[in-house]
Design a protein around this ligand. Sequence first.
Ligand SMILES: *Cc1c(COP(=O)(O)O)cnc(C)c1O
Length: 385
Amino acid sequence: MEFLPFALPDIGEEEILEVSDSLRSGWITTGPKAKKFESDFTAFLGDPAVQSISVNSATSGLHLALEALGIGPGDEVVVPTYTFTATAEVVRYLGAKPIMVDVDANTFNICPERFSNAISEQTKAVIVVHFAGLACDMDAILSIAKKNNVKVVEDAAHALPTTYKGKLVGTLDSDFTVFSFYANKTMTTGEGGMVVTRNPELASRCRIMRLHGISRDAFDRYTSNKPAWFYEVVAPGYKYNMPDISAAIGIHQLRRLPEFHAKRVKMASFYKERLSGLPLELPPSAPSGDAHALHLYPVRIGHDAGLSRDKFIENMAALGVGCSVHFIPLHVHPYWRDTYKLAPSMFPVAHAIFEQEVTLPLYTKMTEKDLEKVVAAVKRVLGDA
Ligand SMILES: *Cc1c(COP(=O)(O)O)cnc(C)c1O
C-alpha cells in the first residue's frame, strides 16, 4: 500500500531551470533574483507603498519586525497560545516577555477580547496568527491596539493569499506582516520569508539588520567617492538575507500562486461535501467574498466519534494516510509551560481544540484519487464505511 504523505511541495520545471540559471551564473547569494522576487511580491500585493523585504525564514522576519519596533527587555508582547513556537520565540530573542492568550472556538484565531484583557503598562505589541489561512478579526484587533498604543505584527505564515474585507493580508493597517516560504507552506522557496511594511523607516531598519547591520543607505549617501570595498556597520545586525537560489524558486512559485490557490479551494470544497454528516467538525469558510488561503485543513474529532484524536491519526496511518496536528499549543510545551507557569485551565478553548484537532492532507500535488483515499479512510476510521 502506498502511503500518502501529509504534505509535499509543488516544484515545477521553471523553478528548476531558474535555480540552474543562478548556479551557472556565478551569483548564488542575495542579488538580482532576490530583488526581482521582492518587487514581484509588492506587485502581487497590489499596493506600491508596501515594501517587501526577503529573508531566510519567517522566523527571521518576525525577529526583524520586533527589533525594528524597538521591542526589548521589560516589554510584553501578546501572542495566541494556539500557534507554532516561532511566533513566541522571537519575543524571547529580544529579552521581552510573551503573554499567551486563548483563541476563538470557531476560527482558532486570537480572541480580541482576551487580547484586550491581556494589555498592561508593559504591552508594546501583539502578534496575531491567521490560523490555517483564515484572517483574524482585524478591525477589532487594530482598534484595540490603536487605543492602547500597541503595535500590530501579523504572522501571515499561513495567509498567502488571504483577504480580509476584500483586502489582501499584507496590505492591512498593521505595522508589519510576515510571510513564510517554508517547504510545506502555500508557496515555497525551500526556506524563506517576506517581511512587509508600509513604513519606510521600519523597512530601512529591517534591511540594515537583515545583513550584519551594514547601512547601505549611508553607504549610498556619503560614499559615492569611496571605493567599492567600503562599507559601514551601524548596528550589530543578523544574517537573515535570502539567497538568489531560494528567490529563483520564489519568483515562479509566486506566479503559480493563483493556480495553487484555486486548486486548494477546489480540494477544500470536495472535503466539505464528502465529509459532512460525520462526527467531525469541519473548518469554517471565509466570510462571503473573502479568500481563505487554506494552508491547512484542520478538523475536530467530535466527542461522539467514539475514538480519541491520537487513535484517529494512528488508524489513518494504518490505512496509508498521513495526518498531523496544528498545533500543540505553546502552553503545553515544557519551555513555555515551565518558564511562564502556564496551565491548560488558563486556555480552555485552545486546549479543548488541541485535544480534538487533526489536520488532513491538503496540497496541490494531491490527485482526485488521493482525495478519495483520504475521504474513504476518514469514513472507515469513523466507522461509517
Ligand atoms: C511555519 C510557521 C512559522 C515559521 O516559518 P519559518 O519560515 O519556518 O520560519 C511561523 N509561524 C507560523 C504560524 C508557522 O506556521
